[in-house]
Design a protein around this ligand. Structure first.
Ligand code: BTN
Length: 266
């Protein structure tokens, strides 16, 4: 097992999140799945769970998230959360992670970090409720070392393209405490607190886009809730639904999601 900065992260975060713990596992099916299981079983203390290897990593829309051990950073953060409005949480998380890493990283609405028009990282946010309290599980997977495209139409980017010496442990150390602070700021102030920072990293703004229902338009940023604004000839549409996907015209990738997490718990 590599050396992880668990103690340093705990020292920085515990004053903000009482009962917080950091856990590093050599292997698990999925850090998101495990934290969702724990919450549903009543073990809902705030936790940062890192896995050196996931055997069933999950992405959005039932997709898999595959990464070789050592080639990526995979972790999930669970915490009780009660924002007035959950809209835009994935964008706030993206802003925080990007700000902790590099100015060249863009955010592809609603859940991805991109570098030079290639995917660098994915965010998967789920929620579960227990005893009337809703908990968020925020999963992040970041490609650290370069890897082959694995049949993907667009081969992924890696963080070492920007920061050649960086490893998974150092990446986590940079990200973790700022991410907790960002999520707590989101709980207090909502997406508005992140809107300007998101705009600086918006990959889709000013690009011709097409949605899954065949609408063409120009990306015009996001509104105050984090909904994507798509200017068609006749109107400006707001896209926040999980049912609509959007991709740049001529691009090979798609996105389908909402900027607010989907409740999964009972
Ligand atoms: C996506 O791109 O669709 C989201 C990918 C999220 C992957 C991370 S890796 C850590 C956490 N555990 C999972 O099973 N998924 C998330």
């Amino acid at each position: 097992m590599q050396r992880w900065p668990a103690e340093a992260i705990w020292q920085a975060v515990e004053p903000l999140l009482p009962a917080f713990s950091v856990e590093i596992l050599p292997e698990i099916d999925s850090t998101n799945t495990e934290l969702m299981r724990r919450i549903r079983a009543g073990r809902a203390e705030p936790t940062l769970l890192v896995a050196e290897r996931q055997t069933a990593g999950r992405g959005r829309l039932g997709r898999q998230w595959q990464a070789d051990a050592g080639a990526s950073l995979t972790f999930s953060l669970s915490l009780p959360l009660a924002p007035q409005d959950w809209s835009g949480l994935s964008l706030a998380v993206g802003v925080s992670v990007a700000d902790s890493l590099h100015s060249a990283i863009k955010i592809k609405w609603p859940n991805d970090l991109w570098l030079d028009d290639r995917k660098l990282a994915g965010i998967l946010i789920e929620t579960a409720s227990i005893e009337g309290q809703r908990h968020a599980v925020i999963g992040v997977g970041i490609n650290i070392t370069p890897r082959a495209g694995d049949g993907m139409s667009t081969p992924p980017a890696s963080l070492q393209e920007l920061l050649p010496e960086i490893g998974a442990a150092e990446t986590l150390e940079r990200i973790a405490a700022p991410l907790v602070k960002a999520v707590l700021a989101f709980e207090r102030s909502g997406f508005e607190a992140f809107r300007a920072a998101f705009a600086r990293r918006d990959l889709l703004k000013g690009r011709p886009l097409v949605t899954s229902d065949g609408t063409n338009g120009m990306g015009q940023g996001v509104d105050e809730t984090g909904a994507l604004l798509l200017a068609t000839g006749a109107e400006v549409r707001k896209i926040s639904s999980a049912e609509v996907s959007v991709r740049p015209v001529g691009g090979s990738f798609d996105t389908t999601a909402s900027t607010a997490p989907r409740p999964q718990g009972s």
